[in-house]
Design a protein around this ligand. Sequence first.
Ligand SMILES: [Zn+2]
Length: 141
Amino acid sequence: MHDEPIDPFNGDPADPTAGLDDPGDDTTPDPLTDVERQDVLEDLADLEIYQALLAPIGVRGLVIECEDCREPHYFDWDLLRGNLRHLLNSGRPRVHEPAYDPDPDHYVTWDYARGYADGVHDTLTEGTEDDPDPGTATTAD
Ligand SMILES: [Zn+2]
């Protein structure tokens, strides 16, 4: 799918077109869309729940597969919260600042945290809803 001609100046520091495509650091970043903003806010809310549930059992944060490095990055709870707040305020994610020398045993994925939270939620709500007629459940023998 590479139809465009190869740039003969590609990689050449003297490239006269260098920087034309580079937005630079001083441009104002696009603000988050409402949907993106909502996503970040939901992530922040989830994070509070996950930390409350998982920190007491020794989980120090979340591991996130980095799309840039193709490597897992380990983020402490505080770091995650800081990154999400930064994203909210600036409209762009922080350059990754993974935890220093993390112990992978103490980090879980978002999916794991979500599943854990769901499981706890189910346990807490179990028995609070009366099943009107358990006898109607069919067995699939
Ligand atoms: Zn990375």
